[in-house]
Design a protein around this ligand. Structure first.
Ligand SMILES: [Zn+2]
Length: 448
């Protein structure tokens, strides 16, 4: 009689998929003692081309939507001969998959190990399905030892949402299974983890790494003072990894001072997983080219843009069987550069400019909110909670005073003059006391 074995054993140890042949590539790198981060460009591009072709074959064989899109684009077989040819593969728009959990699925529904969905701030959510092998095998194949110096002697506090979306569980798996790091699963102010208890836990276990959003890192720092816990003294972090919202360099500097540690940026999404990570040089994000192929396209025409040209970031996942994303339009803006980074990583560098929908158009010019934030927070008397409100082409800044005796009128005119001098924009400024805090994604831009 056949006894039922544990699902985990079946799906991982005896699992095979179109990605099997890529395992030997990564095992070879292990034997050579090199990570994909530092491979010569040509060798990594060879891997990427192979991974893309395996993915194209997989989606062609197992997904009607992808196959008919490829056929309509003139493909008679799912294959490209060079990475440049990727631009002939159809782009994938969010709207096409929003609210449809089956559209991109490339495995039998019973093979799904985990479902994640986007926060759905704009309408229906986007569902992404991962197999167990996606999560515990393929996602962990590429190593980035330069980008992630964490080890089993670290204690990582993860203050990201664990419900629905990928970030909390994604970082948890990465740190536990790739680095052997102990995890404190804080979440973000949920029922079981109010801020005071989260801070206590970080102090009790002496967390060395905090992974969270920029606004929550600021919230934890300011709340800690209420509970008599001193960041940098009672909690001595080695590093903070920020993700989810993005922020400016001045916001980062303030967090570095407040927490007394290095702060790094991480860029990813629930649909595509990890996309790019900052190295210790802090001069842009390195694309994690073991996991994804990134491109930049003209947001209006979809035409590919070369190095140095700003456009929409398009992502193709290389190591997914459940729901591969092929040329997925992220809705984020940035540009790529070939790496000349002092850290030694040869993977392309991404300069992220923020989300397309939050660009502030003033007198016909698009200003990324991070750029304006960068200048606003140069003023030490302005706090880390603020709003940019764009109404009929006119910008109003709602700002909070920070540890200052300055009058509200004095501070407002200082902000106005500073923004005019630094960015050349006229704006109205309202000084507000006690702007609302959030445990969710901080909304700082309102376009009316
Ligand atoms: Zn670097």
């Amino acid at each position: 009689m056949k006894t039922q074995s544990h699902k985990m054993t079946v799906s991982i140890d005896e699992h095979t998929s179109h990605l099997e042949q890529l395992k030997s590539f990564f095992h070879q790198l292990d034997e050579e003692g090199i990570t994909i981060e530092k491979l010569p460009r040509e060798r990594r591009e060879q891997y990427q081309l192979e991974a893309i072709n395996l993915t194209l074959q997989h989606v062609w064989d197992h997904n009607e939507f992808y196959r008919s899109a490829l056929e309509q684009a003139g493909f008679t077989q799912p294959k490209i001969d060079s990475l440049e040819q990727l631009s002939t593969v159809p782009l994938l728009k969010k709207d096409v998959i929003r609210g449809d959990k089956m559209k991109l699925l490339c495995v039998e529904p019973k093979e799904i190990g985990q479902v994640h969905l986007t926060s759905g701030t704009s309408g229906k959510p986007i569902y992404t399905s991962y197999t167990l092998a996606d999560q515990y095998v393929y996602d962990l194949l590429p190593k980035y030892l330069e980008l992630f110096p964490e080890s089993d002697s670290d204690i990582a506090a993860i203050a990201l949402p664990y419900e629905f979306a990928l970030p909390g569980l994604g970082f948890q798996r990465l740190f536990q299974f790739a680095f052997g790091t102990a995890i404190l699963s804080l979440g973000k102010g949920g029922y079981m983890a109010p801020v005071d208890k989260s801070l206590e836990l970080m102090k009790e276990y002496q967390a060395t790494v905090l992974v969270t959003t920029p606004s929550y890192a600021a919230l934890l720092a300011e709340e800690s003072e209420k509970y008599g816990i001193r960041p940098g003294v009672d909690i001595r972090l080695r590093r903070i990894v920020l993700t989810g919202e993005g922020c400016s360099y001045t916001f980062r500097e303030r967090l570095e001072k407040w927490w007394g540690c290095e702060v790094s940026f991480f860029y990813g999404s629930t649909e595509c997983g990890v996309v790019a990570v900052e190295c210790k040089e802090h001069k842009g994000y390195h694309i994690v080219e073991g996991h994804v192929k990134a491109e930049i396209v003209d947001p209006a025409t979809g035409a590919p843009l070369g190095y140095g040209k700003t456009g929409e970031i398009v992502v193709t996942t290389l190591l997914r069987e459940g729901m591969p994303m092929v040329r997925y339009r992220s809705g984020d803006i940035g540009y790529l550069q070939k790496s000349k980074c002092a850290c030694g990583i040869t993977m392309d560098v991404l300069h992220l400019r923020g989300r397309m929908e939050t660009m502030l158009n003033l007198d016909g010019t698009d200003y990324p909110p991070f750029m304006l934030e960068n200048f606003l927070l140069e003023i030490p008397e302005v706090g880390m909670w603020y709003h940019f409100i764009l109404e009929q082409g006119r910008l109003t800044i709602e700002a909070e005073p920070f540890r200052t005796e300055m009058s509200d009128e004095g501070l407002a005119s200082k902000v106005r003059a500073h923004m005019l001098e630094r960015v050349g924009i006229e704006c109205s400024v309202e000084i507000k006391h006690g702007l609302p805090r959030t445990f969710g994604k901080a909304t700082r831009v309102y376009i009316k």
